[in-house]
Design a protein around this ligand. Structure first.
Ligand code: GLU
Length: 496
């Protein structure tokens, strides 16, 4: 009896056609590693640079690996990065559901259709789950490959558990095309009869991705190059169904060094870790875009790209075959450029929570502190310890008062502070201009270099050798009373 094709015809009719459609298909692991973020970004860029649609699909068929809250990490990361999706579990779309565990019925039907076509078979052998997942066993040894349809049906009807396996041709070769790697040909004899549908009725990744990519009308499949070796089996599946093969874009891995991929296990940072380490989303995205892609033509030398600029510049031909090495120093460099390029208002908004981690006194103005930091910080997380001296004068030794270049030592510093304190007590106004005028006027009167006078003032005001900002800015931010109190403390230490 011929199979009823109504379901399949209806599914075909729903497939959107005529424009570029890409998908990001993460497994909910609870962790968006840098390579995943790059895949999401490239996938999004391919869609956006061609006016296409970007689809989010959650690949949760490996029920043993599900992590609580993991899907939220995906939504949150995509939203923060501005990688908006047009279709997905949360926004819906014409070819949902977009969560694989909710598409179980579909995979089952297509697996059975494939058996009907002679391109797959029921297998009743006892296999361990890992054998099933990997398909890692020798197919010639599998007696089920040659069971007659009647025998197989009889065993199924008797309630014997089974998996459905792809029937790979025993001879010949399969050639597939990848946009990055070109044509790749493999001997069919080297491919295993992979499991398509597991005993629990759920599909393997290797089956589900083909069914979903086809039924969702995906035109470009962007993923890690670890899937390259499975691509011939995907091509055979497409051929068995008579479907067009999408454009494959397999991206080489992001490495932690010459030999090892970045991995959570080795403590390599995820997107969220990088955020927590004080990196800006824009800088992360910009850097990640260049891990394995380079602009060409007029833009070849350019490094800084906003997301819309990337969408404009991106092309698949710029993706590299060679693995990219993640270099945290390079990311830090990008981050500093981004921090510097921000408006003072935006920088203040980003820096304020970090300033407030160590500067609690509400009388201290975070805007003035942020202004000192903007050109002097590479990561937001450096901020609390750079500015904690505003809150509390640190303990320090009088040796800090000695500085050759400024021509100061403890004796000179003592004399400077003796004159500075009464002069600052008398300034009418407490502004950078007034403080600057007072101190430089005094230096002139005392016939010393400005630096000779500014050095001890800054050391006494901050209690630190290295500070963001100079004496004038620090004194001004501290306020007259606290500034003078600290200068007196310094003087007392020098007099002791
Ligand atoms: N779920 C797979 C992963 O997270 C996706 C692979 C693909 O994009 O096809 O690695």
């Amino acid at each position: 009896m011929a199979m009823d094709m109504t379901y399949f015809n209806d599914m075909e009719a729903k497939i959107p056609r005529g424009k570029v459609r890409t998908r990001f298909a993460p497994s909910p692991t609870g962790y968006m590693h840098v390579g995943n973020l790059r895949t999401a970004l490239y996938t999004w860029l391919i869609a956006r640079s061609s006016g296409g649609a970007f689809i989010l699909r959650i690949e949760d068929t490996d029920q043993g690996r599900l992590v609580e809250g993991a899907v939220d990490v995906i939504y949150r990361t995509l939203a923060e990065c501005g990688l908006t999706h047009d279709e997905g579990p949360d926004v819906g779309g014409p070819v949902g559901p977009y969560i694989q565990s909710q598409r179980r019925d579909t995979y089952g039907r297509y697996a059975h259709l494939l058996v009907e076509k002679g391109c797959a078979y029921y297998c009743f052998c006892e296999k361990t789950e890992s054998e099933e997942d990997s398909g890692g066993f020798h197919r010639a040894a599998d007696p089920c490959r040659s069971l007659s349809p009647e025998e197989a049906r009889a065993r199924m009807e008797a309630g014997e558990p089974y998996v459905i396996r792809q029937r790979i041709p025993e001879t010949g070769t399969t050639t597939f095309h990848d946009a990055i790697f070109g044509d790749i040909t493999v001997e069919n004899a080297t491919l295993d009869d992979q499991v398509l549908l597991k005993r629990d009725g759920l599909p393997t990744y290797n089956f589900a991705n083909v069914i979903d990519d086809h039924l969702m009308g995906i035109t470009h499949v962007v993923r890690g190059s670890e899937y390259l070796s499975s691509a011939p089996k995907y091509d055979l599946l497409y051929q068995s169904f008579g479907w067009d093969v999408p454009t494959y874009v397999h991206c080489s891995p992001v490495m932690r060094d010459q030999h090892n991929k970045m991995s959570k296990r080795h403590g390599d940072p995820s997107y969220e870790d990088l955020k927590a380490q004080g990196y800006l989303t824009e800088a992360i995205l910009n850097y990640v875009a260049l891990l394995g892609w380079s602009p060409r033509g007029e833009l070849a030398e350019r490094e800084m790209f906003t997301l819309p600029e990337l969408a404009e510049a991106f092309d698949i031909a710029g993706i590299s075959k060679s693995p990219a090495i993640f270099d945290i120093d390079k990311l830090t460099h990008f981050n500093a450029l981004y921090l510097r390029a921000m408006s003072p208002e935006d920088f203040h908004a980003a820096a304020e929570p970090y300033i407030r981690q160590s500067v609690k006194n509400p009388g201290l103005d975070t805007r003035s502190i942020a202004a000192l930091l903007q050109a002097r910080c590479e990561k937001l997380t450096e901020i609390p310890e750079k500015v904690d001296f505003f809150e509390v004068l640190p303990a320090y030794g009088t040796d800090l008062f000695t500085n050759k270049k400024s021509k100061t030592n403890e004796e000179v510093s003592r004399r400077m502070l003796e004159s500075v304190i009464p002069a600052l007590e008398e300034t009418a106004e407490w502004s950078p201009e007034a403080i600057h005028g007072c101190l430089t006027g005094l230096a002139e009167k005392l016939e010393v270099k400005n630096a000779t006078l500014m050095w001890p003032v800054r050391i006494a005001a901050a209690g630190r050798a290295v500070t963001p900002g100079g004496a004038v800015e620090i004194c001004c931010i501290l306020g007259r009373d606290e500034c003078l109190r600290r200068l007196r403390v310094g003087l007392e230490m020098l007099e002791a």
